[in-house]
Structure formats: C-alpha cells, structure tokens
Write a new protein. Structure first.
Length: 402
C-alpha cells in the first residue's frame, strides 16, 4: 500500500505564481566553478570599496551615538543623510522628498506597490533591467515594451503606447544591460512628450556617476520634478553590502511610498545610514568616485581592445561576427552573436572553455533577442579580460564550425 502524502495546507497568493527566480542569479550558479572568468555578474569591483574609511566611520558612529545607531529609527531615513542626498542632486530637492531605502531594489518594490494595480499598463525600455521587471510583475501589470535604439527610447513608438500608462520606467545613464546612454536630444523629446501626455517617469540612476570622459546630460527628473520619481544607490560608488539607496519623490506620491516602506521593514538600517553619512562628509565622494571611473575605463578599454583583436570582421561582416557597442560609462557592454546563434545555447560551451556571460533575452519584457548577451568588464583584471575574450571567441568559432 502506497502512502499518500496529506494535502498541503498552504494556499499561495495569486501573485506568488508570478514570482520567478532571477534568471541571472540562476546563471551565476553555473559560473561559480573554480577558474571561470566571469563577465556575467553585475557586481562592482571590490577594489573600489573604501574599507579604511568605513572602518573609521564605524568606530566614530559607535563612539558618538551608539544608542541612536543601534536603535529603531525614522522610516524616512537618517536626517543628515537625507540632507546630503538632496544637496548632491543637480536640481532643487528638499530633504523632505528623500526616502532612504534598503538598496534601490527596494525602491522599485515600493514603486510597484504604490503605483501598480492588476492589469494596469506600465512601460519599460527594450531591453530593460531584469530586477525592475521582477519587482513589478507580482503586482500583475500589463508590461509593455517601448522600442529603443542606441540613443534610448524611440519617441515615435512611445507616443503610440503612452496613453493610459501608469509610468515609464527608464535608465538613461549607462543602462543595465546595454550600457547605452540617452542623448540630450532624446531626453528633451522624452520629457516633453511625458509632460504633454501626463506620463509619469520612474528614473533609475545607479550608474550615473560612473562616466568615463564626460558626465551624462541632466536627469529626466530635473526637467519636470513633479512628474518623476528618481531612484539612486550607494552600491556602485561605496559598497553594495550595506544595501542603501534612496528615492526622490514628489509630494503627491511620497506619503504612500513612506507607508509602503513602513509596512515592508519599518526603516533601513540606521547604523549603515550613519556610516555612509560619516564617510560622505568633507566631499569624500568627489575624491573617491574618480578612482572608480579610472579603473572601470581601463577595464572597458581592455575589453574593447580584446574584442577588436579577436573579432576583426565585426564592422565588415556583422552577421558573421560578434558585434558590440562602446559604453561611455557604467559597468556593462552589450554584444550580439553571429546570425543563427543563441546566447543561452552558447553559454554552457563558453563555461566549458572557462568564461561566462549573461544571455540578453531575459532582459526583454517580451520578444527577447536571443543573439544578445551582456558582458561586465569591472570585476575581472585586464589580463583576465584578454583571456576571457579569447575563450569566448574560440567558443563562438567552434560553434560556427559545428
């Protein structure tokens, strides 16, 4: 007689069925084998972490205000840090508009809870940040992709789908995954259309400080603060392990974002907020961020050099070669495989040769381009970048032969 297990007492919410594991994090498990050169992760280089400054800040915070640092705190965030955030933004921001979040990923979650109903239309770039789609999907929206090119959102296509949308989610600076930056002309046109159509913008800017030769144009939110929610992060310029980000929101939305924050976690860690505030004093970021830019630029240049060396036909025979863009900042480069190849099929063969990347199709809300892939250049060394690109080239050529 076979024992039949009892029925499960758990009845999951409908939204739980829409929650799926991160495709990227599942892929990263494959790349954890020893010796793999990984272009897959979206991690900042640990060489950029200001360890000594955090060590000093930790001691000072615990010496000056241990009770405040270790106690429950205001949901809005640590007052001096909110003031510092407001002061560093390139438009007039009142600290009362700043909400400190547990990483900018929490900011996306709060936006989804406050602005998205079941079946409401939201707009995203094509492709877009996978983590944002993961935050939005449990609220059961109708996610519509807006056509995008190397300059960002295509305005004519946006005009066709804008009506009735709750918001457009956009990453104008050194986008994840493509590394592209929206031009000034495209930003002006987008801002004008959004204002005309009363379309709110959710602007995510975790990479904007990581420019290589020139800073990007002014944020979209700066052009119409009442029509935009702006998300920022300390992960890429200080350290991701502290899980600290922020939202800048207009008064019409801020109270509900705050209430959603209170329901989620009461407040972000007060100790971490005080440490970041202490480290940021006396203009530290103005001295520190240029060192990150210099490191990442050298690694980007190494990857571009290696790609040009191993794929000399990229310009003349793009359908027969890997092709790629040249990001002006950030952490990522976007590439496309020769015709007939799929990145997800190529990945295990690449791993066998000692190199990993992230297939690009999961970054599309619909109709993903299976030939695309994302390459991160900030964690491997220059020598590893050259070896990794060589291994990638050998993998592609072998599969083309097969």
């Amino acid at each position: 007689m076979t024992d039949t297990p009892p029925p499960s007492p758990w009845h999951l919410a409908r939204r739980a069925a829409r929650m799926n594991p991160s495709v990227i994090r599942e892929i990263l498990k494959v790349t954890e084998r020893p010796g793999i050169i990984s272009f897959a992760g979206g991690l900042p280089s640990s060489k950029t972490f200001p360890v000594a400054e955090f060590e000093a800040a930790c001691a000072k915070v615990l010496k000056d205000d241990p009770a405040g640092a270790l106690q429950y705190a205001a949901s809005e965030g640590f007052g001096p840090l909110r003031e510092q955030v407001a002061a560093m933004l390139p438009w007039q921001v009142d600290p009362s508009q700043v909400l400190i979040t547990t990483g900018s990923q929490q900011g996306l979650d709060l936006v989804a809870k406050v602005l998205v109903d079941a079946d409401s239309k939201i707009l995203v770039e094509s492709p877009t940040y996978l983590g944002a789609v993961m935050a939005f999907i449990p609220m059961e929206p109708n996610v519509v992709s807006v056509a995008s090119d190397e300059h960002g959102v295509v305005i004519d296509n946006l005009a066709k789908v804008a009506d009735g949308a709750r918001f457009l989610y956009v990453l104008p600076n050194f986008q994840n995954p493509t590394g592209r930056t929206m031009t000034e002309a495209r930003r002006a046109a987008l801002s004008a259309l959004a204002t005309e159509r009363n379309l709110p913008l959710v602007e995510d800017n975790p990479y904007g400080d990581l420019w290589f030769d020139a800073p990007p144009p002014a944020p979209l939110t700066a052009r119409n603060p009442a029509g935009g929610i702006y998300l920022g992060s300390f992960s890429k310029v200080l350290a991701p392990g502290l899980r600290m980000g922020f939202i800048v929101a207009p008064k019409a939305v801020y109270p509900k974002l705050l209430q959603a924050k209170q329901a989620a976690d009461l407040h972000s860690p007060g100790f971490n907020q005080r440490m970041i505030s202490e480290v940021m004093k006396d203009g530290f970021l103005d001295r520190h961020v240029p060192t990150i830019r210099a490191l990442y630029k050298s690694q980007r240049d190494a990857m571009l050099e290696a790609l040009a060396q191993h794929f000399p036909d990229a310009q003349t025979q793009p359908d027969q070669s890997l092709t790629w863009n040249t990001p002006a900042g950030g952490m990522f480069l976007w590439a496309r495989l020769p015709a007939g190849m799929k990145a997800v099929d190529l990945l295990p063969h690449a791993v066998d040769k000692g190199v990993a990347f992230v297939p690009g199709a999961p970054f599309y809300a619909d109709h993903g381009d299976e030939r695309t892939l994302r390459l991160s250049f900030v964690t491997p060394s220059v020598e590893e970048i050259h070896r990794g690109v060589a291994a990638l080239a050998a993998t592609i050529k072998k599969q083309q032969g097969a």
